[in-house]
Design a binder for this molecule. Structure first.
Ligand SMILES: NC(=O)c1ccc[n+]([C@@H]2O[C@H](COP(=O)([O-])OP(=O)(O)OC[C@H]3O[C@@H](n4cnc5c(N)ncnc54)[C@H](OP(=O)(O)O)[C@@H]3O)[C@@H](O)[C@H]2O)c1
Length: 325
């Protein structure tokens, strides 16, 4: 299989504005995806679920998350993905405050917690997130889950409250996560406002093509959570073969597959060498044959790792601080 078309490796460089910052800023050649809101999002971001031992915002967790995110910023990430339910907003806020990178050069996403869907809870929850993040607006605010079995099945009012936040300038773009076609169609029909992004589970074992293509038909940018399949398929023989032909790692091949499908990716790792490895995916290409071979790994619903959006109904509480999956 001829799997590669090598391009010239992008230069790593320090820009004038970034020369004075406290971190070693690199330009990793990350493409920008234009959103339907008019804003642009770096096609690769840094996932922050699980970068600290648990979801509690304890002082020690804040320090751990802050150190991990500062390492990610040093590696070159400028797009950070968090959520009200991850417990990482405080640590990320500390990293943002300490890193010395201009706010305009960062793209910060957070997500509405499952306990905050009541329309009158949406704005206070985002204001709390902004305080934790030490910023006055997020670049992207996502409804984390549709929760069709909770709140009388009314995620439309929740979406309307998010639209108001965008109009108020607290979020530059708004979007959704884990929205199936029926969920998406419903909020668009009811409000006329199309989400900028749909962040859904996608990896080679679960291409999630129905939700992905429905999103794209609406002009919504698809974003992959668990883009590396949580590291479960690193030994897959098809991926290993492609990686060895390209002299690349399996995670790089998986991420490159997403990138060539036009998907935004947010891989998570706590290791600086892996942060750099996952970012070094813009100086090679997968051939059409390699793309097809990876597509053949899709197991449909059997490949889904996380919960199904039609039934997921976890709301964080003192008794259930973590989801069951
Ligand atoms: N919207 C949603 O409902 C939703 C749900 C889940 C996740 N997310 C978001 O998506 C992000 C990514 O998903 P995820 O964290 O579930 O999984 P993931 O990024 O697919 O995989 C992370 C796992 O892969 C390992 N890994 C990362 N890079 C590696 C490399 N180069 N070589 C070997 N192993 C590597 C990590 O281990 P180490 O850390 O030990 O390197 C970790 O165990 C999350 O952090 C979160 O921001 C969103």
């Amino acid at each position: 299989m001829s799997a590669v078309n090598r391009e010239t490796a992008p230069q790593l460089r320090t820009t004038t504005r970034e020369r004075d910052v406290t971190v070693d800023v690199r330009d990793a050649g990350v493409p920008l995806i234009q959103l339907n809101s008019g804003a642009s999002i770096p096609q690769i971001g840094f996932g922050s679920l699980g970068i600290q031992p648990d979801r509690q915002a304890t002082r020690s967790n804040i320090e751990v998350a802050s150190a991990v995110v500062r390492a990610a910023l040093r590696a070159g990430y400028r797009h950070i993905d968090t959520a009200q339910m991850y417990g990482t907003e405080d640590g990320i806020g500390e990293a943002i405050a300490r890193c010395g990178i201009s706010r305009n050069d960062l793209f910060i996403t957070t997500k509405l917690g499952n306990g905050n869907h009541s329309p009158d809870a949406v704005r206070p929850s985002l204001e709390q997130s902004l305080a934790k993040l030490h910023i006055d607006h997020v670049d992207l605010f996502l409804m984390h889950w549709p929760l069709p079995t909770l709140y009388d099945g009314d995620f439309v009012s929740t979406w309307q409250a998010m639209i108001d936040l965008r109009l108020a300038g607290l979020a530059t773009s708004i979007g959704v996560s884990n929205f199936q076609p029926a969920h998406l169609n419903r909020i668009i029909e009811a409000t006329g406002v199309v989400p900028a992004v749909n962040q859904i589970e996608m990896h080679p074992r679960f291409a999630n093509d129905v939700a992905r293509s429905n999103s794209m038909q609406h002009g919504i940018a698809p974003e992959a959570w668990t883009p590396l399949g949580k590291g479960r398929y690193l030994e897959d023989p098809v991926l290993v073969e492609i990686a060895s032909q390209l002299n690349r790692s399996v995670p790089q091949v998986m991420l490159r597959w997403h990138i060539q499908r036009g998907t935004i990716v947010i891989p998570k790792t706590v290791h600086p060498d892996r942060m750099a490895e996952n970012l070094a995916i813009f100086d090679f290409m997968l051939s059409p044959e390699a793309m097809s071979a990876i597509a053949s790994l899709d197991a449909g619903e059997a490949g889904r790792i996380g919960p199904h959006p039609d039934t997921f109904d976890w709301v964080p509480s003192a008794d259930t601080p973590n989801p069951s999956h």
